[in-house]
Design a protein around this ligand. Sequence first.
Ligand code: SF4
Ligand code: SF4
Length: 460
Amino acid sequence: MLPATPAPDASAPPASVHAPSVQPLRFIPRDALVQQRVQASRTTWLARIGQAMQRHKRVILTVQWLVVLAYLALLIIPAFMPIPNESAHLYNNLRLFAQFLFWGVWWPFVMLSMMLVGRVWCGVFCPEGAMTEWISLRGLGLPIPRWIRWSGWTFIAFVCTTVYGQLVSVYEYPQAALLVLGGSSVAALVVGYLYGRGKRVWCRYLCPANGVFALLAKIAPVHFAVDQAAWKSSHTRSHAVNCAPLINIGHMKSASACHSCGRCADQHDGAVQLAGRTPASEILSLHNKDVSSEQAYTLTFGMLGIATAAFLWSSSKWLVTLKTTLANWLIEHDHMYILIGGALLGGSILLCIRLAKLTIGDVNLSWQRLALGLIPVAGMGIFLGLSMLTLTHLKAEGWLPTWLAQARIALLVLGGSFSAYLGLRLIFTQFSARRVLGYVLYLLPVALTLTIWYRTFFVR
Ligand code: SF4
Ligand code: SF4
């Protein structure tokens, strides 16, 4: 029986027609709030793209294997073709076409894509990632040994492949490309066969590009966002997600390790969704413990030091003059120039960052975290350096764009000002003269990198 509706209290004052209507406070359980938030995040257009990636795993798999076939064909066939004659073009000669595709399109635009959409290349297109995961499903499934888990491998592998690649002229000869890229693919297959079960152990710990990609993805404006409360309270745990790069998804806060494969999108009651963010948000929200020294060394010595030296070793008359002045024997040992020049450049940048950190004297801002502010300028430098190869090919075909100088200046300004902004936000959590001096020291590597690229492009 329903309770009788209570009669109005005659002693209560009558409600005034002018009194504001007060809504009764309603208690909403925490789980319900989480659900509301998750429901809202599920309906954005980015979230729908992520959900589509999750639903159409087979399409992604097909794309991956088509890329594997194209990669193997373009890697192997040109290595057995004769040197092209004078009349050959990249549209009628497979050797030139493969060279253009590998070094003029693939590398520069994959780097750019990391900064724009995160590691979608890794999760959707990369042939090595697909091959190592495929063989890992059929391999020995051994546990991952401790030596593989050492976090310095990606830095060492990046330096070694950059220097060795220059040494064997990987950009010019398909045989050299077969050796370097093919060697890396064979290593990825061997590691996949030995370790893990359907995982990408190679990608997580050993891939030479992993360290650089992990840094660049930090400034991507899209990522797979995890609602940790929703993940924890999810009732669909039985549906395990196979995250190939071995991420603890429930605790994922960074886009660095995520391959953006989309497999976890909308899983665990919608706790993971593809979402937008401001490009500065990840770097500004990190804590000291979230940034390792290896990441900071990859950025300063690897991307800003060795890679810059490798791009410029033969193209900049300014640096060739410097080389001659330094020592004549460097001319005969160009690969040593990359190492020595890169170490000097990286060392000066590191020194500025460490001095800046000491000057600021804030325990909440480690030098490693401060160094992350240089990611945009380093990323733009890498893209511009790699795109020099694109332009060499286009120039040979007579297709050089007329807006090249403006585009280069725009990218340098964008990278430099974004790094300057990140430094400003990281350093000026409060104002002091020490922080001003620290900021000036922080800006020196930004200015140095911009000067190097400006002189390379415009002061010949
Ligand atoms: S980590 Fe390296 S091998 Fe793995 S998917 Fe990315 S680029 Fe490919
Ligand atoms: S967390 Fe793992 S499963 Fe989810 S998108 Fe990233 S790589 Fe894929």
